[in-house]
Design a protein around this ligand. Structure first.
Ligand code: ATP
Length: 136
């Protein structure tokens, strides 16, 4: 039995389809959602989303946001989300190096350091998800 998944960012509707299983990295840990899941709203951590539809598996990078489960529908509101094929690996590697340098430089500045850590995290997720596409 399928349910409808929508993934929306401030820029566009990234995903809209009927799917079988969604795995999403929430702040309480990774959860897998099937049709008829209990209603739920929770925050998402930066991480990997896994979408199963028929016999296909799709991987996406998500940089944080919210997931809402309502009857027969799941809505993800994300800061940013990219399908594995859309990720520019070189850009993510450059972002990781830049963030690493900033984390070193901004040790004394809590806010800048936290921003650099968040950027580092986003880049690591993108690198992991981008590499998935070559493994399929
Ligand atoms: P960068 O420093 O490379 O811009 P960032 O983590 O600051 O990375 P975000 O602010 O999370 O980027 O995202 C800004 C926009 O760029 C979003 O639309 C996001 O989907 C897209 N984006 C960011 N990094 C990549 C990437 N490596 N490949 C494809 N799209 C990306």
């Amino acid at each position: 039995m399928k349910f409808h998944l929508e993934i929306v960012t401030p820029e566009h509707l990234v995903y809209s389809d009927d799917i079988d299983v969604l795995t999403v990295p929430t702040v309480q840990g990774e959860i897998s959602i099937l049709a008829k899941h209990v209603p739920l709203v929770t925050m998402i951590n930066p991480g990997e989303i896994i979408i199963k539809k028929n016999n296909e598996i799709e991987y996406m990078a998500i940089s944080g946001g919210f997931v809402q489960v309502i009857p027969n529908k799941v809505i993800i509101l994300a800061d940013a989300a990219e399908r594995a094929e859309e990720i520019d690996l070189e850009r993510a590697e450059q972002a990781r190096e830049r963030a690493q340098r900033l984390m070193e430089e901004k040790r004394g500045d809590k806010i800048s350091h936290a921003e650099a850590m968040a950027a580092f995290q986003r880049a690591l997720v993108r690198i992991k998800v981008a590499r998935r596409k070559t493994k399929k």
